[in-house]
Structure formats: structure tokens, C-alpha cells
Design a protein around this ligand. Structure first.
Ligand code: M6P
Ligand code: ZN
Length: 185
């Protein structure tokens, strides 16, 4: 059991959601092409020199302990690795029976979801659309538009990120731009 004494060193607080200057005073994760190029189907020499930021995450300063909720804002930039849209690494939660909620703020994207038993689902995310990711479902965001995809997220702080399972087996589907169309294959 988590006691009030161990949990409540954090006092109630507020942060600004000003998109021009997001700073939640927590971790700021920046993932560039070179950091995550292995998640894409093919490499793209045209991105090697520029090494663009694919996405960044602004996290809340909350302990990764059961009882707390981590909230964050993700900015997934527009672009493609050859024909494949920019996307996040994607993960299961280490504590698998934990869910997550996304709220679309700007842009348009897809959230690819899958389970270890082979189930797969695609959820659309856009401004004011809420996506519910149930426990046991891996999730990856894909930006299918020509503007940044920005979404707010919230999940149990003890959930953890399991990237290893995705690194080994990947997602069952990928999202490409082909002849101006979004193709999931
Ligand atoms: C969302 C949340 C975060 C996650 C981020 C980037 O904001 O799910 O927990 O870190 O997307 O995704 P990933 O960790 O898979 O790279
Ligand atoms: Zn998650």
C-alpha cells in the first residue's frame, strides 16, 4: 500500500498549456532521426545530415510511483522516411494492466494499437478527439498530416515503458504515403 506520507511530498500544482512555450518542468525527451531510424522500414540518406527532430515529449514532474498520474504533451513533427510517415517508437507498458488516454490538440494522426496475442486496431487522433488505450495494448502515434501532431496524454505513473518487445517484434502494420494517399499495410 502506498501511504499518504510517501505519496504526498508532491503538492498540488498547475502548469501552462501555452503551445508556443511548453514547459511542464519535468523531463523533456527529444528524439531525432538518428536515435530512432531503426524503427522505420528503410533508411533515408536525405535525413542523415539534417538529423531532424521527429518528436519531442514534455512530461510533468511527477514521481513514477503508483498512485500518481503522469501527464504530458507530445509534438510529432510532419515528415516521412522515404514513404513512411514520421512516428513514435511505440511501447507496451511494463506494468501491462495500465491504460492511457490521449487528447488531440492539433494536427491529424493515427494511433496504432496492438496486443501480444495479435489483436490490432487503428484509432484516429485530431483536435478535440480523445483516444482511449486500454491495458495490455501497445501504442504508437503516426503523423499523417503536413503539420505537427500535438496531443496531451495521461497514464498511471508506475506504468513504465517496454520498448524491447516492440524492438523485437515491431508493429504488425506500418503507415505510408503512396500517391498522396495514406496506406496502412
Ligand atoms: C506519448 C506517451 C508517452 C510516450 C510518448 C512517446 O506521449 O505515450 O508515454 O513516451 O508518447 O512515445 P514513445 O515513448 O513510444 O516513444
Ligand atoms: Zn504509454
Amino acid at each position: 500500500m502506498i501511504s499518504e506520507r510517501s505519496c504526498c511530498k508532491v503538492r498540488p500544482f498547475t502548469v501552462s498549456m501555452n503551445l508556443d512555450n511548453i514547459n511542464f518542468n519535468g523531463n523533456h525527451i527529444v528524439r531525432r532521426y538518428e536515435d530512432i531510424k531503426s524503427i522505420f522500414k528503410s533508411t533515408d540518406i536525405s535525413l542523415e545530415d539534417k538529423n531532424p527532430v521527429i518528436y519531442e515529449v514534455f512530461e510533468s514532474p511527477v514521481p513514477e510511483k503508483q498512485g500518481h498520474l503522469i501527464f504530458l504533451v507530445t509534438i510529432l513533427y510532419p515528415g516521412k522516411v522515404n514513404e513512411e510517415f514520421f512516428m513514435t517508437k511505440g511501447h507496451y507498458h511494463t506494468v501491462e494492466n495500465t491504460a492511457e488516454v490521449y487528447l488531440g490538440i492539433k494536427g491529424k494522426g493515427l494511433i496504432l494499437c496492438q496486443t501480444k496475442s495479435g489483436d490490432f486496431e487503428v484509432a484516429e487522433i485530431s483536435e478535440n478527439r480523445v483516444v482511449y488505450i486500454p491495458p495490455f495494448w501497445a501504442h504508437r502515434a503516426v503523423n499523417i498530416f503536413d503539420e505537427p501532431l500535438i496531443f496531451f496524454g495521461i497514464y498511471p505513473a508506475h506504468a513504465g515503458h517496454d520498448y524491447e518487445t516492440i524492438a523485437q517484434s515491431g508493429f504488425v502494420k506500418r503507415v505510408f504515403s503512396k500517391n498522396g494517399r495514406v496506406v496502412i499495410e
